[in-house]
Design a binder for this molecule. Structure first.
Ligand code: 1CP
Length: 361
């Protein structure tokens, strides 16, 4: 598998061997996804319907021949399996009934989590039989901090007031929730790997809002504990960690968490990161999803710059966050064709960006 070769340090002779996949590659920007999604109104039932989930997982691979599929599921399935009341509302996103006190977490045995999330294992098994051998299947979970924000806020938030209050004022309760999420995340990832996931990924989508004084405990240590827990169960699949919004010491983050691949968002300057991170650490990222929505030269130049910055290290091409809902699918096809074409063809797309403005020497 091209992506596993890269993670193992074989970076190939030219950039056409850079493996490619996209966060939220399955989603509403694809007409075939919208058609499939319309057959089940409830999003959780849809995720738990293995036949539909296999189809949603494979749709972007059929269309773009990407190097990895990501199992169709959601980071909020753990809170759902824990017994939180969760629903997804059109236009509003996820809505959870937040506990009055985060210490009042449903006491759910790891066995029960495994049983409730068994359909995801089934999706992975079935997808693996239909996916070409040279393509990887990625299983995932949300990082404890990120998942805790949805539980405590009751859904998506703008300011994360309740989560931060709980963190600063009610540490034992907050830690109780974080500990439970770590236990369940380990169980969920182990189950996904045992079902056939080749790679695991931990999404810390809201890492960027953790106050600096707490980053070590709630961004580094939490992910480190999950990875150690997964390894203690003899799972060797590489683990990608995505601390979105974090912009501190990435080397320390990788060394502390022991993740195999560092995924970065689009606010991180590739050249800056490349200069500070040891050369052997694989990086995944980090095209701005908006550049794909815009498409054309903007998208291609930005993609070429990212490949260029990471050309001497193992690099998996991806976006800096999920594919936007309004992305034209043909832009994604153009991007993949461009990345797979020999570099000499690529450079010919570059024009005005590096030219001096009129009159300047
Ligand atoms: O009805 C729909 O189609 C709803 C849209 C949708 C989709 C396509 C949701 C609801 N989840 C998903 C699938 C999903 N979610 C995948 C698999 C598909 C793929 O990547 O191709 C993955 C990996 C996720 C992960 C996920 N869910 C994250 C982490 C990545 C990220 O985007 O930061 C998060 C934060 C969620 C929560 C979530 N799920 C869905 C919504 C609307 C949200 C809230 C997002 C927010 O708070 O802004």
């Amino acid at each position: 598998m091209r992506i596993l070769d890269t993670i193992n340090g074989n970076i190939g002779t030219d950039s056409t061997s850079v493996p490619i996949w996209f966060m939220r590659q399955a989603g509403r920007y694809l007409p075939e996804y919208k058609a499939l999604r319309a057959t089940t109104s409830d999003f959780i039932s849809y995720c738990l319907d293995s036949d539909k989930a296999v189809e949603a997982t494979l749709q972007p691979i059929r269309r773009y021949d990407l190097d990895a599929a990501i199992v169709f599921s959601d980071i909020l399935l753990i809170p759902w399996a824990m017994g939180y009341d969760l629903r997804f509302e059109e236009g509003k996103g996820p809505i959870l009934t937040p506990p009055k006190n985060p210490a009042e977490i449903p006491e759910t045995a790891p066995e029960a989590i495994k049983t409730r999330l068994a359909p995801i294992g089934k999706t992975i098994k079935k997808t693996r039989t239909q996916l070409a051998k040279d393509k990887a299947l990625i299983g995932f979970c949300g990082a404890p901090w990120t998942v805790s924000t949805y539980i405590i806020e009751g859904g998506t938030s703008r300011d994360f007031t309740k989560t931060k209050k709980c963190l600063w004022q009610n540490r034992p309760n907050f830690n109780h929730l974080i500990d439970a999420l770590i236990t369940h995340s380990i169980e969920f990832l182990v189950m996904q790997a045992r079902s056939g996931a080749d790679i695991l990924m931990i999404f810390d989508s809201w890492a960027g809002i953790v106050p600096g004084a707490h980053q070590k405990s709630y961004i580094f240590e939490t992910t480190a504990r999950i990875i150690a827990g997964v390894r203690a169960r003899n799972i060797t699949a590489p683990i990608i960690a995505f601390p979105k919004g974090f912009c501190g010491n990435f080397t320390d983050y990788v060394q502390t968490t022991k993740c195999d691949v560092l995924a970065i968002d689009h606010t991180i300057c590739p050249a800056w990161l490349n200069a500070q991170l040891p050369k052997n650490i694989p990086v995944q990222g980090n095209l701005d999803p908006m550049a794909v929505e815009i498409g054309g030269k903007t998208m291609l130049e930005c993609a070429a710059d990212i490949c260029d910055a990471f050309k001497t290290r193992p690099h998996i091409f991806n976006l800096g966050h999920g594919m936007g809902q309004h992305t034209p699918p043909e832009n994604v096809a153009e991007l993949v064709n461009f990345l797979r074409a020999p570099e000499s063809t690529r450079t010919s797309t570059r024009t005005s960006k590096r030219e001096s403005p009129k009159g300047e020497k």
